[in-house]
Each structure stands twice: as structure tokens, then as C-alpha cells.
Design a protein around this ligand. Structure first.
Ligand code: NOJ
Length: 756
């Protein structure tokens, strides 16, 4: 079979020559000349003094003394212009060479003006919006002294048991890559020296989202085919977009921990992809290689450095062992110099070597943080992230003059609105749904009742509440709570129940083997439905849930994730119809946990199941269909869209030419609305098994009632490429089917042929 490809050798050559072409920076080289071995090793050390929210299980000690001694290259978990200035002064005025520090932070979904969790934000499918939220996050964070961000997290995730699905953009390589680019561009813009931009870190390299069983930190085993075609693209997209640093993952990749994996960090990342920034470990992931069975601390530190790791987060394996390893000939001083050079180059890119106090302007927080505009953007972003999963009897939107029973443990809650991984946000500033309802519908009669605890299980609540109260178990008994809620419901025109997960039921080290709404709330929902009042469920969660039971009930369901600081206002905007929901799922929602992993892009089998009916000796289950409960790309609107005139301009595609696939979308309802138009392909014959469908383009459009728009998707050979069994990036001639629609569950519309 003939390929349109660049050979591996060619790619390696391009990668290597781009490395060589990278110019040495005189300011950095001059510093390196002066540095002792110890000072170089000091640059590779990243510490966290604590004091803020802990993001790992240990906190560094004697940080001040170590900074003065030149033993620290960067710190994280410290903010405010004053504290950052003090930290920089320790380095600049006290260490021998006065090299300033990198000041890191986990700014995952907004700094103080918290936007929805990333999985929610990705559901907007609005790349300009995502970029804008990253820009604002950078503006706020840099105003508070931060210059280096541990985001974006781009791990493809197809297992909703894993708590960290909340932090990424879901299951798809193409969409994930677009989100990765938008975030890197938003954080860094085109000038890292500007005082309102910060260096981004793409993480967790690599494959962290594929932890076995959805259990955080667990092992990963994956074919190279799957890595290259389905899991690597978002990391590579971030590298191509110029991301400044890469963070390794906790898991192993092909039996070798990512943090010490030379194939991953050098052969792929640097040589094949041409990455020229620096690589940082995850929290103590160098030390954890001891538990992975790779040897003692000295051995694993040497292994990590030699593999291509430049900076060691918190564990101090580099600081305490590398000198000895040089003396014993286990690593070379040159290897340490190379890593130190990369850290210094990052400081140079940020402008820190010219002005260490660039991010310590005490006048900025007031001007730049939590401004009206920033909160407005957070509110808008939240409305765009919501996904209307089901609409029953048109009971959404709710009238602004209705008698509303606002029920549920998340209906008047401040502590769960920001979502997981919001260590820089202030939960007390978030708007509960009850407050938002009163703001947006002052003429409605709103009565609130809690109705149920998020969970009645005290042992479970204790594990969720490690960062503070998230699940508060009421003094009233579950029966009393329910009784009050039913009374309120009986007296209402419509029930809005805000239910789901507490924020820390997802996120790091927050995995679940049951992904249903907790039983305490399921009981409440059943009883509310039994009142026969119209019921709207506003569902909050950090992951896809198994809502098979609720989908069968006569209810509308609006998925609101954890919406961020403006939660209540945003939920009200959508529930009362000021904003028409337009989000689309970026992860498939399973019918039950036994179906996991379930994702739209699975590869073909030799015994495909063509219909939902059970067929003996086909790839299926006895007890449940193959399709997910809710597919990737699904999301309804208060209006209806009709797709017509779907066609390709040509039946053949030649290298260098384009086939345009066009579609007309009409808003046939009576409200303005937005639709995400999606284009999928299926490669009918190729040298490795193809995915059943593959997203290659999408566009989000805005349509007034009655309005039509025609969209053209230009398809070129580039869009048809994949990594073959020799890991060459190729497109193979033959027939391609294409599918167009407002969900991944859309019909085949035609074919075209790729010819040589
Ligand atoms: C561990 C997490 O895995 C990573 O995402 C985060 O950036 C670091 N801790 C630092 O907080």
C-alpha cells in the first residue's frame, strides 16, 4: 500500500535539527559558566512551602534556607505580590548568583474568577471562549505573582470512574487537541514576557487518563497504536502550540514510569516532536519510582535525569543524590547542565532574568482580579458549558413568575460550586443556585428545601471532606428532610431539584466504582416525581454519571457540572431561558459501569453488532445494549435544528486538493440557539483497524428562529492521516465514509475516495 507520509527517519531529522537550530541564549550561557555543580542542581529543585491548599501528601521543609543557599529553582503554592516579592528577594538578594524563582500554581479552571471544571468547559465546544477563560486566568494569576501554571491537563479519559476526568476535555483526540491549543494560547498568548501571561504546562505526560480500573495512580498498559492515534495527539498539539513545559505522569508507560521513561521524554517528546522547553515531574513522582520497583532514590533520580526530566517536584531526589551520582560516574555534569539550561531558558523567556519582580506589582490584584468583567465571563462560560440531556414536556425553560420548589442538597450550597481543583478560588464568593434564582427571577415565588443529604454515609463523607465541608449531613433525619421537600413540592407549579456529586467526589484521588447519583438523592428524586409535578433536574457532577433510572423518568435533565463562582446566576440564566443551552457532551455517558470503557471512537471488531437487538455470536452483552446511554456530542436545545443538503463537492480527493463537505442547518424552532455541527469520517480499508467514527471537524453556529446557515468543511489529506504500525503518519488511499450531525450518533451521508 502506498503512503503519503514522512518517514520516521525524516521526522527524527526534523526534530533533531530543530533542537540544534535552537539558539543558545548568551545571558543563560553566561550564568551557566559561573555556576557550580551544586547551583545547577539547585535549579532543578521545585518546592512547595505550604501555607496554601496542599496539593499533595507532603510539604517541603526549610524552604527559606534552601532558597538562600541556591538550592531551589522554583516554588509553588505561594501567591500575592508581596509574598512573591519576598520569595524572589530571598533568591535574588541572598543566593550567590541571585537567580530568580519560577512561581508555579495549579490554575486549572480560572484563578479567582473560577470558571466551570474543564470537562464542563470543553462541553461548550467553543475554542474562542476557552482561550478567553485561559487569558483571564493568566491575567488574574500573574496579578497575584504567579508566572508558571500547571495546566492544561489534556489526558484523554474514557473511564468515568476516574475522578480526574473532571480536569480534562474528555474522550476524543481531535477535540482534546483543539482545547489544548486554545488553553496554551490563552495562558501564554504570543508573548511570555508580558506581565499578564504565564507559562503553561501540558500534563500529565503521558496516558494518565488510562489508569486501569479508573483507579488514580494505577498502572497503564497500552499499544503504541492507541498511544499515537488516540492518546498522544493533545500533548503533541500543546507542544506544537509552543507550551513552555511538560509535566510527567504518575503511571508507567510500557512498564517504565513516565518520570523515568527515556523513550517518552527524549525519543518522542524532544526528538520526534521537537519540544524545546523543560520537563517537570509530578508531585514526588521521582521518589515514587522507588515504589514502582526501579531502585533506590539515588538510582531513580539518575534514571529520571537521564531519561530527560529537568525538574523534580517536591521530592528532592535530585537535590540530595545527583552530586553523588556525578562523583560515582552515574550521571554526567553535562546532563545536569542541560537540565539547568532549560530551567534558566524558561526564566529568560518569562523575562525574570531581566526583572525578577515583573510579577510583583502590588497595584494589580485590585485592578485585575475578580473584576466585574471577569465574573461576567465566568457566568457566560458556565452557561455555555451546560448540556441539556433531556427535555420533558417542554417544562424547561421555567417561567419567571412560576411558583417554584427549589429542592436538593446542591440548591443552596456554596461549598461545591467551584468544583474540584480550584485551590486558588474562594468558595465563599460563589453564588448558590437559590441566590441566582432570586437575582434572575425576582418575581417568581421560590421556596427552598434541602430534601436530602448529598450522601447519608458518614464514612464516605469523611473521605470527601478532606479539604473542608463538602458533604454536610444534616441534623434532621433523612425522612424529615424528605417530608419538608415534598410539602414544598406539593405547593408548587414546578420542581427544580439540584442534585448530584459534591465537588470532591471527583478530582485527584476521588474515584468511584458506582457512578450513580447517591442513593439518598435518588430516593428524593423518585418521591418528587411521584408528586406528578413537572420536575427539572439540574445535575452537578465532575464526571459522566449512570443516570439510566432518571432518564426513564418524566423529568428534564440539565447537566451543569460544577459551574464555578457564578454558578447560581448561570444556572438561573439557563433554567429561566435567558440563555438557550448549547453544550454537547465530550465523554459518552454509560448505561452502567459494566459498559466502561464506552466511547464513540472504538475500533471496529470482526463481529460488529449492526443493530441494538441482541444477536448471538456478535460483539455485545446479554444484559445491556452496546450504545452508551448518552453519546459523545449529544446535547439538546430549547429550539430544534434541521440538517439538510449534506454533500461532498467531489467523489475523489487527491493529495494537494480539497473535498468540501457542506451542510445546511436550519433553526426550525421559535428561539435563537447555538448548534455544534460535527463532521466524522470512517476509513473503510486501512492497514490497521480503523475507528468506527472519527471526529475531524466541527463548528459552533448561532441561528435565529427560522434562520439557515450553510457550513463547509474543507477536507484534505492531512485530516485523514493516522499512525500506521511502523508509527509513520500516513493517509492511505481508498474509500472514506462521512457523517454529519449534532451528535456522534449521526448517520452516514456519503463517501469519497482518496486517490494517489
Ligand atoms: C499533583 C497533580 O497530579 C498535578 O496535576 C498537580 O499539578 C501537582 N500535584 C501540583 O499541585
Amino acid at each position: 500500500m502506498k503512503n503519503f507520509n514522512l518517514s520516521v527517519a525524516m521526522l527524527l531529522f526534523i526534530g533533531l535539527s530543530s533542537l540544534q537550530a535552537q539558539e543558545r541564549i548568551p545571558q543563560v550561557e553566561a550564568l551557566l559558566e559561573k555556576m557550580t555543580l551544586e547551583e545547577k542542581i539547585g535549579q532543578l529543585n521545585l518546592l512547595t512551602p505550604g501555607g496554601g491548599v496542599a496539593t499533595g501528601s507532603v510539604v517541603s521543609e526549610d524552604v527559606e534556607a534552601k532558597i538562600k543557599a541556591g538550592d531551589v529553582g522554583g516554588i509553588f503554592g505561594v501567591s500575592s505580590p508581596d509574598r512573591v516579592r519576598q520569595a524572589q528577594e530571598l533568591a535574588v538578594k541572598n543566593s550567590r548568583l541571585g537567580i530568580p524563582l519560577l512561581i508555579g500554581s495549579d490554575v486549572i479552571h480560572g484563578y479567582k474568577s473560577t470558571v466551570p471544571i474543564p470537562l464542563g468547559l470543553s462541553s461548550s465546544w467553543d475554542m474562542e471562549l476557552i482561550k478567553e477563560t485561559a487569558k483571564v486566568a493568566a491575567k488574574e494569576a500573574t496579578a497575584d505573582g504567579i508566572n508558571w501554571n500547571f495546566s492544561p491537563m489534556v489526558d484523554i479519559s474514557r473511564d468515568p470512574r476516574w475522578g480526574r476526568v473532571a480536569e480534562g476535555a474528555g474522550e476524543d483526540a481531535y477535540l482534546g487537541s483543539q482545547v489544548a491549543i486554545a488553553m496554551v494560547e490563552g495562558y501564554q498568548q504570543d508573548d511570555l514576557r508580558a506581565p499578564n501571561t504565564m507559562m503553561a504546562t501540558v500534563k500529565h505526560f503521558a496516558l494518565y487518563g488510562a489508569a486501569e480500573g479508573g483507579r488514580d495512580y494505577n498502572r497503564v498498559d497500552m499499544s503504541r497504536n492507541m498511544m499515537f492515534n488516540e492518546y498522544f495527539p493533545p500533548y503533541k498539539a500543546a507542544v506544537d502550540a509552543g507550551v513552555g513545559s511538560v509535566m510527567t505522569s504518575f503511571n508507567d508507560v510500557d512498564g517504565i514510569p513516565a518520570t523515568g521513561n527515556k523513550w517518552l521524554l527524549t525519543d518522542i517528546l524532544r526528538e520526534r516532536w521537537g519540544f524545546d522547553g523543560f520537563v517537570v515531574s509530578d508531585y514526588t513522582s521521582v521518589n515514587e519510582m522507588v515504589d514502582h520497583g526501579m531502585g533506590d532514590l539515588q538510582a531513580v533520580s539518575a534514571m529520571a535525569l537521564k531519561a530527560g526530566l529537568d525538574m523534580d517536584m517536591v521530592g528532592e531526589g535530585f537535590l540530595t543524590t545527583l552530586k553523588k551520582s556525578v562523583e560515582e560516574g552515574k550521571v554526567t555534569e553535562e546532563e545536569i547542565t542541560t537540565a539547568a539550561r532549560r530551567i534558566l531558558e524558561a526564566k529568560h523567556k518569562l523575562g525574570l532574568l531581566d526583572d525578577p519582580y515583573r510579577y510583583s506589582d502590588a497595584s494589580r490584584p485590585e485592578k485585575d482580579i475578580l473584576t466585574k468583567e471577569n465574573r461576567q465571563l465566568a457566568r457566560h462560560a458556565a452557561t455555555q458549558s451546560f448540556v441539556l440531556l433531556k427535555r420533558n414536556d417542554n417544562n424547561l425553560p421555567v417561567s419567571k413568575t412560576a411558583k417554584i420548589a427549589l429542592i436538593g442538597p446542591l440548591a443552596n450550597d456554596k461549598f461545591n460550586m467551584l468544583g474540584t481543583w480550584a485551590p486558588t478560588g474562594d468558595r465563599n464568593l460563589s453564588i448558590p443556585v437559590l441566590e441566582g434564582f432570586r437575582n434572575v427571577a425576582p418575581n417568581a415565588q421560590i421556596t427552598y428545601a434541602k430534601g436530602a443529604n448529598i450522601s447519608n454515609d458518614t464514612a464516605f463523607a469523611k473521605k470527601v471532606n478532606v479539604f473542608g465541608p463538602r458533604i454536610e449531613i444534616s441534623d434532621e433525619s433523612p425522612d424529615q428532610l424528605l417530608e419538608e421537600a415534598l410539602k414544598v413540592a406539593q405547593a408548587s407549579d414546578v420542581v427544580v431539584a439540584v442534585v448530584g456529586e459534591a465537588s470532591e467526589m471527583s478530582g485527584e484521588s476521588a474515584n468511584r466504582t458506582s457512578i450513580q447519583i447517591p442513593e439518598s438523592q435518588k430516593r428524593l428524586i423518585r418521591e418528587l416525581v411521584a408528586t406528578k409535578k413537572p420536575v427539572v433536574l439540574v445535575l452537578m457532577s465532575g464526571r459522566p454519571l449512570d443516570i439510566s433510572e432518571e432518564m426513564d423518568m418524566p423529568v428534564s435533565i440539565l447537566q451543569a457540572w460544577h459551574p464555578g463562582i457564578e454558578a447560581g446566576n448561570a444556572v438561573a440564566d439557563v433554567v429561566f431561558g435567558d440563555v438557550n443551552p448549547s453544550g454537547k457532551l465530550t465523554m459518552s455517558w454509560p448505561r452502567n459501569v459494566g459498559q466502561i470503557p464506552v466511547y464513540y471512537g472504538e475500533r471496529t471488531t470482526g463481529r460488529p453488532q449492526a443493530t441494538e437487538e441482541f444477536q448471538k455470536f456478535k460483539s455485545n452483552y446479554l444484559d445491556v445494549q452496546n450504545s452508551p446511554l448518552l453519546p459523545f456530542g449529544h446535547g439538546l436545545s430549547y429550539t430544534l435544528f434541521e440538517y439538510s443538503k449534506i454533500k461532498a463537492t467531489s467523489e475523489t480527493l487527491r493529495p494537494g486538493s480539497t473535498v468540501n463537505i457542506s451542510v445546511t442547518v436550519t433553526n426550525v424552532g421559535d428561539r435563537a440557539g447555538k448548534e455544534v455541527v460535527q463532521l466524522y469520517i470512517h476509513d473503510k480499508v486501512r492497514s490497521i483497524t480503523p475507528p468506527k467514527k472519527q471526529l475531524i471537524a466541527f463548528e459552533k453556529i448561532d441561528l435565529k428562529p427560522g434562520e439557515s446557515k450553510t457550513i463547509e468543511f474543507p477536507v484534505t489529506v492531512e485530516d485523514l492521516k493516522f499512525y500506521n504500525t511502523d508509527l509513520e503518519y500516513v493517509a492511505e488511499p481508498g474509500e472514506f465514509e462521512f457523517f454529519v450531525g449534532g451528535t456522534s450518533d449521526c448517520e452516514m451521508q456519503g463517501t469519497f475516495n482518496l486517490v494517489e
